[in-house]
Write a protein that binds this ligand. Structure first.
Ligand code: CBF
Length: 803
């Protein structure tokens, strides 16, 4: 399409006129964005076709990553970088008087996910393509992604997100590949030639229409596919009000559920899950049959990964196809299914473990229910053989018990691999949460510590640091991120460290400008930028952070000689709309911000900023500007975390508990380059099991605690006296389930250590350097290589086009 700047400009101008029907002079930024986006999508289409063809001809084993969430963010710049045409394009545009940044700003984030789990799926897609691995995503094309957050008077207000309002240049609708997904109806059972035949009749069909997006690998010809399914009315006849049917149908892909840790318990959620699974598996099987005919070797050529339990119906759905359509025996079908499906667990939070009442499940998915029931019966029978007479154990482990279907149990039984997302998390699964299952299937359990794509989270979001690294150690680390370790050699190089300092300063200035534009708050860029950005949840303990800020404020007010390095505390967090407590924390952060930021007597030593509508594109500006990364969850609660890795890769130092992947970060950077505090997981779990913690004692014995807790309700925040009662009660009346007060003293102390450390700039920069140098392990390339080798057995194909 173009191979140099001149050609690019010519093509761009021609295409702009042709697609928008306007002259260049008349064109808007959106016209320019659409033109460029379409051009780039077409630019990759030959390789897209070629990749599919290569996989088909070579009969490569493929993996399909089924996920109810893909938190993609923006794609324009990311694709330009991966194609290595970002420079040609930005220079070409500049010669036309267009700034690429401005065009990029037109792109709305594709926010089809809530947080960690969805963003992980997006990072994995990037790594799969960049490593030339045949791996594709399957998800839902929600009309509205995660809600847009506004802060009004300190409160979160939710607005529907509208990413498709202007269309989406990266997708291709493939209506000819639509799939009919059946719901409701009943199953007729008959016997024909000695075989049981199951017919799902009177079903109501929903048409799943695929929209494919190219997933472009870095410096490679590989272009994989992300297939998102759109729910549309089916042309099949229905016996009911057509308008109601249309509304109900479309609602299946209308909204992303705005929570990844609570089971909303809605029928629509179950519909979404089966819709995703059924459409994806039927379409995988359809193309498989075209190539191979029979499904007997399916598992040799196809791997299906389920990202948490949301797509777990993949297990009975594949069984259904193999038995009802392919006419295999139960045992044959089970062998294929088990060897095809693998499962990742992302959390041990009880409220996230999905359970469906039979009364909802059975009528909606009658044939699938029969299969789940059969799986359960066979499983319980096996358990009986293993543990004769141990009813309690069997009842606890059953897939169906007390009129409910336990999705995690189905996943554990029907997958050949079960992995946690960080070492500690996997150990907790094995030793506690899934102990019974681990005893039966020890060979299934394994760990795959999460990772992040360094292409988005370093190369794209921090170009200056990227250039500095390349100047210092060359470019090889881009393909082998563990080579970032070579940076260690610059630990004593004051010129290099000073450049790091200047880059951080520049990134802080950019963020400061954004803060001022968005909130009006002026922040001091020489202060410590101390940042906590993630979903708002009690276990993530944004409360601990804000109570500590209140404590610092108290110190500054009480003691004019209190010496602290100026700090800017920055928050970004969305609370699930129905999560009352989390919303109160947002209000508290904003209330503290209001008070602290407007108190001239503290001489700007403390600033508090809440950035609204935290999302991928905002995160890309935040991570590069951070000095301190807050990873302060109650130990044992955060399965892994991935923000911790993004901060580290951009040179921020972690203040964290020994939770999730923080532990592995500490193991790599060493105790001297991280700030660890608080209870350990073992201690927390022992408290939960045996009791012994009384938050009231901490309140009474530590006057620093008493002061901040009392301030929640004693009128310290004028006009909002009743606002924070729920928080006060959670800490004292409900015995502080997340150990905020228990960890408070140790948190104050570690924050003093941060203060002292930052004052020694040279030392701080060395610590920061060590974090960047050791971050290569946390690239999702390493994680995906492990999945590819140890779970999916897939191999790279294709070759790099350039060096
Ligand atoms: O594994 C990715 C992330 O998933 C979660 O966000 C999740 O279960 N939804 C966990 O809470 C994170 O710890 C984890 O990093």
């Amino acid at each position: 399409m173009f191979s140099n700047k001149m050609e690019f400009k010519e093509t761009f101008l021609r295409r702009l006129e042709m697609t928008c029907g306007k002259s260049f002079a008349e064109s808007t930024k959106r016209d320019q964005y659409d033109t460029l986006g379409n051009m780039i999508r077409e630019y990759v289409s030959l390789n897209w076709i070629e990749t599919k063809e290569k996989n088909r001809v070579a009969k490569n084993k493929q993996v399909y990553y089924l996920s109810i969430e893909f938190l993609l963010g923006r794609l324009l710049r990311h694709n330009l970088i991966n194609l290595k045409i970002d420079q040609v394009v930005s220079e070409g545009l500049a010669e036309l008087g267009i700034h690429l940044d401005e065009i990029e700003d037109v792109e709305v984030d594709a926010a089809l996910g809530n947080g960690g789990l969805g963003r992980l799926a997006a990072c994995f897609l990037d790594s799969l393509a960049s490593l030339n691995l045949p791996g594709h995503g399957c998800g839902i094309r929600y009309k509205h992604g995660l809600f847009e957050q506004k802060i009004v008077d300190g409160y979160q207000v939710e607005l529907p997100e509208q990413w498709l309002r202007h269309g989406h240049v990266w997708e291709v609708r493939k209506a000819d590949l639509s799939i009919e997904v059946p719901f409701w109806g009943k199953v007729e059972v008959s016997e024909e030639n000695g075989r049981m035949i199951f017919r799902h009749v009177n079903a109501e069909m929903i048409t799943a229409v695929p929209y494919d997006m190219p997933v472009v690998g870095y410096e490679t010809e590989t272009v994989n596919t992300l297939r998102l399914w759109n729910a549309e009315p089916s042309p099949y006849p229905i016996n009911r009000d057509i308008m109601q049917y249309k509304r109900e149908t479309e609602s299946v892909s209308e909204f992303l559920y705005p929570d990844d840790t609570h089971d909303e318990g809605k029928i629509l959620r179950l519909k979404q899950q089966y819709f995703l699974v059924s459409a994806s598996i039927r379409s995988i099987v359809r193309s498989y049959r075209k190539q191979y005919g029979s499904l007997v070797d399916f598992h040799q050529h196809i791997s299906i990964h389920i990202n948490d339990t949301h797509p777990v119906l993949a297990i009975p759905e594949l069984m259904r196809i193999l038995i009802d359509e392919e006419q295999l025996s139960w045992d044959e079908a089970w062998h294929i299914t088990l060897n095809t499906i693998s499962y990742t667990n992302h959390t041990t939070l009880a409220e996230a473990l999905e359970k469906w009442p039979i009364r909802i499940f059975q009528p909606l998915l009658p044939r699938i229910y029969m299969i789940v029931n059969e799986i359960n019966e066979r499983f319980c029978k096996n358990l009986w053989d293993l543990y004769p007479g141990d009813w309690n154990r069997i009842e606890e482990m059953a897939i169906i018990a007390h009129d409910q279907i336990k999705m995690a149990h189905l996943a554990l039984v029907g997958s050949h691999s079960v992995n946690g997302v960080a070492e500690l998390h996997t150990e907790i699964l094995k030793k506690r949460e899934m102990k019974n299952f681990y005893e039966v299937y020890p060979e299934k359990f394994n760990n795959k510590t999460n990772g992040i794509t360094h292409r988005r989270w370093l190369i794209k979001s921090n170009p200056k640091l990227t250039d500095l690294i390349c100047d210092a150690i060359g470019n090889d680390w881009i393909h082998k991120p563990e080579l970032l370790e070579k940076l260690e050699a610059f630990k004593e190089d004051s010129v290099f460290l000073n450049q790091m300092f200047l880059i951080k300063k520049l990134n802080k200035e950019l963020l400061a400008k954004r803060i001022q534009d968005q909130t009006g708050i002026v922040v001091d860029t020489s202060s410590i930028f101390d940042i906590q950005v993630k979903r708002l949840h009690a276990y993530k303990r944004q409360l601990l952070n804000i109570l500590h800020i209140m404590h610092l404020y108290n110190r500054l007010k009480e003691d004019s000689s209190f010496n602290m390095y100026p700090r800017t505390f920055i928050f970004g967090a969305k609370a699930s709309p129905g999560y009352y407590y989390a919303k109160k924390i947002i209000k508290l952060i904003n209330t503290v911000a209001e008070k602290v930021n407007n108190d001239a007597s503290i001489n700007g030593k403390l600033k508090v900023v809440f950035l609204e509508n935290y999302r991928v594109s905002l995160a890309e500006d935040i991570f590069p500007a951070a000095d301190v990364s807050e990873q302060i969850s109650t130990a044992s609660k955060e399965a892994s975390g991935t923000g911790n890795m993004k901060f580290m890769m951009n040179g921020a130092l972690t203040v964290g508990t020994l939770d999730g992947a923080n532990i592995e970060i500490k193991d790599r950077v060493g105790d001297e380059n991280i700030f660890i505090f608080g209870l350990k997981a073992e201690e927390v779990l022992n408290y939960y099991q045996h009791g012994g913690y009384r938050s009231m004692e901490y309140y009474h014995h530590d006057k620093r605690i008493r002061k901040v807790v009392d301030q929640l309700t004693n009128g310290f925040f004028e006009g909002v006296e009743d606002e924070f009662e729920a928080i006060y009660d959670s800490l004292l009346m409900q015995n502080d389930h997340y150990f905020v007060l228990r960890d408070f003293a140790s948190y104050i102390q570690i924050q003093r250590d941060v203060d002292t450390a930052y004052k020694n700039q040279q030392k701080w920069l060395q610590m920061s350097l060590m974090n960047i140098a050791k971050s290569g392990y946390f690239s999702s390339d390493r994680t995906i290589e492990q999945y590819a080798k140890e779970i999916w057995s897939i191999k790279p194909v294709g070759q790099f086009t350039t060096s």
